[in-house]
Design a binder for this molecule. Sequence first.
Ligand SMILES: Cc1cc2nc3c(=O)[nH]c(=O)nc-3n(C[C@H](O)[C@H](O)[C@H](O)COP(=O)(O)OP(=O)(O)OC[C@H]3O[C@@H](n4cnc5c(N)ncnc54)[C@H](O)[C@@H]3O)c2cc1C
Length: 411
Amino acid sequence: MSQTSGNTILVIGGGAAGFFGAIACAEADPTARVVILERGPEVLGKVRISGGGRCNVTHACFEPKELVRFYPRGEKALLGPFHRFCSGDTVEWYESRGVPLKIEADGRMFPVSDRSQSIIDCLENAARQAGVEVRTRQKVVQMYPPEEPGQDWKVMTAGGDAFFAKAILVAAGSSAAVWDLLRHLGHTVVPPVPSLFTFNIADPRVDGLAGLVAPNARVQIAGTKWSADGPVLVTHWGLSGPGILKLSAWAARELHERSYRFEIEVNWWGNTETEDIRQQFLRSRQEQARKLVRNANPSPLPQRLWERLTIAAGIGDQQRWADLGNRQLQELAEQNGRCLFSVGGKSTFKEEFVTAGGVALDEVDFKTFESKIHRGLFLAGEVLDIDAVTGGFNFQAAWTGGWIAGKAMAG
Ligand SMILES: Cc1cc2nc3c(=O)[nH]c(=O)nc-3n(C[C@H](O)[C@H](O)[C@H](O)COP(=O)(O)OP(=O)(O)OC[C@H]3O[C@@H](n4cnc5c(N)ncnc54)[C@H](O)[C@@H]3O)c2cc1C
């Protein structure tokens, strides 16, 4: 089948960025024929499973300058775009279409319904109302740029269909095949590596404690500058929680190079230095002299974790604070403030994961999300070398990029 162009815009990928781009384009130019080509039998598959089925749509951080700080890759590039379409605009976009969002204690924003289906329905309705055509089972396998200015792009699908368009938006997410096509078009693709993962740790200090949370920890990759603050959660396989996930994002490339085998130092007290922790223990020795160390816990940690740290420091279950010598006191402070763990691999964080890497950012004009190499080729979402820590920021980059590209293609 051959499809002629007229005023056709093609969107490759029916995900978050693709839908936002298609809707923005069709709403801005009702004369345009906007077609989404999706390789799968269904669109918006990742939205469906996102945020544990609740879809963490965005984050309650409404200042572009602050928002960009959550992006290990893309911080500079996104500043301008966020001034045009930021998290507040996302909230308004959904609320004005009948999907109110709510803010959770940690700043993550979800639909009030707590169902990703609300977001899917909203996007599909908005696309329908704007006249966007959605074609599923249309895997794009070739993209040919116009041979001369004014001519069309030609896009081939696996089934042999040819589509012609004056502009195309590539919003195919982390697809190795599509990155290959873009490489053939002259783009540089920063090699993809996983981001947002949890750390596998087999260690008696945390074994059997799954579910415990240290509310304010600091985690650092030993011997490096990489560190992150936040709650740390003990899991069946090791450590997770916002602190660990943030660290996995910032150090994604470095950890990949180390084959996910490295050491971390956990300060279970967050920003309190080990020496200050030791001082606190000196006070406990005075003030709680007759109490058992195991039971009289002066730390901000859950009791069972505290007990494990006392065992690791070599403190017996009948030892009282007054019995602790300076060396044991120091060792207990080390276990609290510089607790060293060997990480032996990673696990997928099922609520959200992304790929670091993608089309190099210096090859994209972030006023429009158009390629600097080919006119009429637009790129948005995870196909770009942009990714964020967990919390709704990855979708925000997709909404922003899709919206700006969509408007630009209409213009
Ligand atoms: C389990 C999970 C949970 C997540 N939860 C959250 C969350 O709660 N909040 C958050 O901010 N982020 C979350 N993320 C990350 C977020 O889903 C992505 O950042 C976002 O989906 C990227 O949007 P995108 O449109 O660029 O890509 P995608 O959503 O991946 O969409 C790309 C689309 O392109 C299609 N495609 C690929 N190749 C072709 C081709 N050759 N031809 C045609 N179509 C093609 C794909 O089938 C797909 O439908 C989660 C990710 C995962 C995996």
